[in-house]
Ligand binder design. Structure first.
Ligand code: DX5
Ligand code: ZN
Length: 231
């Protein structure tokens, strides 16, 4: 559906001592997926957690799990994250030399395969793997930390990706991650994004359902104003 979108709360911005309880605070019908940021201290200058946290969230919550790997040596860890219950595993284009092989491994492990692009990485770099992905993640901040400012150049990148998707009748999901809030969400939706990751704009607030609904309402207002997608 051309207008469809959803908000994916990122647990990076939650209390890391209580992931399951934190996830349950966003257990509202509008939320289908949790976004889970895995960082290794090499690919990005921050460290989070491994497959055990994914397995706990799978076991104790009802959410589908969108796992964003900001790590090197992805092939070594893909089977463990799939086994832990990741529904989508997204790897970075910049993280290794054999992107096509790494994406194929994710599908072999029965997860959906995503590829993420840092702000400086061109769309052209994934041109020849677009038929091997289920999701493309456009980073709208430099990966590693929550709470950063949205980089506006991401909007044109999303619009160009959406144009490629329509032109070539491809079915991958377009996701955007970083600095998404009630102000930027209508803009990224309008540019063509479908999965909108929001970390601090949801888990940084006391009323998490209210915060998620505020972002959803902001996009719906843009839709009602007749603000169409750019493409
Ligand atoms: C950044 C992570 C994001 C992060 C977004 O490296 O990939 O998923 O949680 O956080 P906010 O929404 O606060 O920018
Ligand atoms: Zn992320």
């Amino acid at each position: 559906m051309a207008n469809s979108f959803q908000i994916l709360p990122s647990i990076l911005a939650a209390d890391h001592g209580r992931f399951v309880e934190e996830a349950q605070t966003v257990d509202i019908p509008e939320i289908e997926y949790l976004h889970i940021d895995v960082m290794d201290g090499h690919f990005v200058p921050n460290i989070t957690f491994g497959p055990q946290v994914v397995a706990s969230l799978k076991k104790h919550t009802r959410f589908r799990l969108d796992v964003h790997l900001m790590i090197e040596n992805v092939d070594r860890y893909t089977p463990a994250f799939a086994e832990a219950g990741a529904d989508i595993i997204t790897i970075h284009q910049e993280a290794g030399p054999h992107l096509h092989r790494s994406l194929a491994l994710i599908r072999d492990c029965r997860a959906r395969a995503g590829v993420a692009l840092n702000p400086a990485t061109p769309l052209e770099s994934i041109r020849w793997v677009l038929d091997a992905v289920d999701l493309v993640l456009i980073m709208s901040v430099n990966p590693g930390f929550g709470g950063q400012k949205f980089i506006p150049a991401a909007l044109q990148k999303i619009a160009e990706l959406r144009a490629i998707k329509e032109r070539e009748k491809l079915s991958f999901i377009i996701e955007v991650d970083g600095g998404v809030d009630a102000k930027t969400a209508p803009q990224v939706w309008s540019a063509g994004a479908e999965f909108l990751v929001a970390g601090s704009a949801v888990f940084g607030k006391t009323d998490r359902p209210g915060a998620a609904r505020e972002i959803i309402a902001a996009v719906e207002r843009a839709q009602q104003r007749g603000q169409s997608r750019l493409v």
